[in-house]
Design a binder for this molecule. Structure first.
Ligand SMILES: Cc1cc2nc3c(=O)[nH]c(=O)nc-3n(C[C@H](O)[C@H](O)[C@H](O)COP(=O)(O)OP(=O)(O)OC[C@H]3O[C@@H](n4cnc5c(N)ncnc54)[C@H](O)[C@@H]3O)c2cc1C
Length: 388
């Protein structure tokens, strides 16, 4: 998403630029729609586009994967054996699921009791499980480290709880949210304060600083390491009949194991969080999930980052210092129940911005409709065409 958005905007700014997109996948996944697949609102086909149709005139698409970055030689090596040289490089590799970080999770996901929405086929499976779930213990997890769309794991708990309530099954179902964080939405305290009492009133049992370490699928146990408050941890074994377990995330290997990251940033791209320029290679920029900005990993973030990257790329190509700054802005449509959504934008400090527009701590039908019907065309026709 970030790569195509920057490429399209760059071509608008510099129509004669020679822009090459290196991307192995023939299908483009509209990942923000995975939540709605898991909620039974979209079909899987509704979040897929032909990648070729998204390439704008002027983009050269190389359908291959980067094997290695060679920044000292201004080139990348591809899996197919080709070598591609560049004047400026934009790294937009995203992040991928690291299922093996939790012992037994991979096996559990093969059983009929576990799924998650961070993968399209598993999102479809989750909808089958949730819609058919009659009674028992439903357990939702939130991994440590960075997560794509920090609201998404919670959205699934809230929507499922609402579904079971509407369909008259709620009394027979316990809903547990185990989050690795100290509260539900610590990155935006005002939203945290608004949403926590709402879901507690709905009987959701929240477990904080509780990290999924293992899953024993034969006896349907999720095993958590929980903070006890004094720096010590204890093991908590939670039985589940339905498990929504969000895997840990990590960056793809060429970035994680290559020269463009450094110690202490979880394998992410080492960029300045304001200019989005690489810390050591001035002709390399980062956008989106793979960049170590500390900002939320969302498409909304990319909407704000892409113009900054393009301006700063143009500056570097014109032998000027990068002039544009990214302020950490991101946004989230927090689906709190079917037909209701809290929409908000926030900055690096977790402060809400543009409150007058969003009325961020209210659950509204308007923002639900916007999430379901408005954001996908915005992503497809505005962002991917470089009109950001
Ligand atoms: C369940 C879920 C819900 C979400 N909900 C929202 C939401 O409500 N709102 C919102 O704003 N955002 C949401 N997001 C987040 C949003 O989808 C991502 O932040 C966004 O897609 C990130 O874009 P990106 O370009 O950084 O990465 P991606 O879009 O993931 O693109 C990375 C690309 O890199 C390619 N790639 C990987 N390895 C290589 C390689 N070695 N060589 C070449 N190419 C490679 C991949 O094929 C991929 O096309 C959600 C995400 C998920 C998973």
């Amino acid at each position: 998403m970030g790569g195509l958005t920057v490429a399209a905007r760059l071509l608008r700014a510099v129509p004669d630029a020679r822009v090459t997109v290196i991307e192995p996948r023939g299908e483009h996944h509209y990942q923000p729609g995975y939540t709605l697949v898991g909620a039974g609102i979209y079909s899987p086909e509704e979040v897929l586009w032909d990648q070729g149709e998204l390439m704008r005139p002027g983009m050269r698409w190389i359908r291959d994967s980067v094997l290695a970055f060679e920044p000292d030689r201004n080139r990348v090596r591809l899996e197919g054996g080709d070598v591609v040289s560049y004047d400026v490089l934009v790294v937009a590799l995203g992040v991928v699921n690291h299922v093996d970080a939790v012992e037994g999770l991979g096996e559990a996901l093969d059983t009929p009791h576990a799924a998650h929405i961070y993968d399209l086929s598993l999102a479809e499976k989750y909808w089958r499980l949730a819609s058919g779930f009659q009674k028992g213990s439903a357990v939702f997890t939130y991994p440590p480290g960075y997560v794509k769309c920090g609201g998404a794991p919670l959205k699934m708990a809230f929507l499922s709880e609402d579904l079971w309530r509407r369909e008259g099954r709620r009394d027979g179902i316990e809903v547990h949210v185990h989050t690795s964080r100290p509260s539900l939405f610590p990155s935006v305290p005002r939203v945290d304060e608004a949403v926590t009492p709402l879901v507690e009133a709905r009987g959701v049992r929240n477990h904080y600083e509780s990290v999924l370490r293992a899953v024993s699928s034969s006896d349907r146990l999720a095993i958590f390491e929980e903070e006890r408050g004094n720096g010590e941890t204890r093991e908590v074994r939670q039985h589940y009949d339905l498990l929504h377990a969000v895997p840990n995330a990590r960056t793809p290997a060429p970035l994680r194991e290559g020269p463009l990251t450094r110690e202490g940033i979880g394998g992410q791209l080492d960029v300045d969080r304001e200019t989005l320029q690489h810390a050591r290679y001035p002709n390399i920029f980062g956008v989106g999930d793979c960049a170590a900005t500390g900002a939320a990993k969302t498409a909304a973030t990319i909407r704000k980052q892409a113009p900054v990257v393009v301006q700063n790329l143009v500056d570097v190509l014109s032998e000027r210092e990068p002039s544009a700054r990214y302020d950490g802005a991101s946004g989230c449509p927090l689906l709190t129940r079917y037909g209701r959504c809290m929409m908000f934008e926030f900055d690096y400090e977790g402060e809400l911005v543009n409150e007058w527009l969003y009325q961020p701590t209210r659950e509204t039908r308007l923002w639900w409709e916007f999430k379901v019907h408005g954001l996908k065309p915005l992503y497809r026709h505005v962002m991917l065409n470089g009109y950001v």
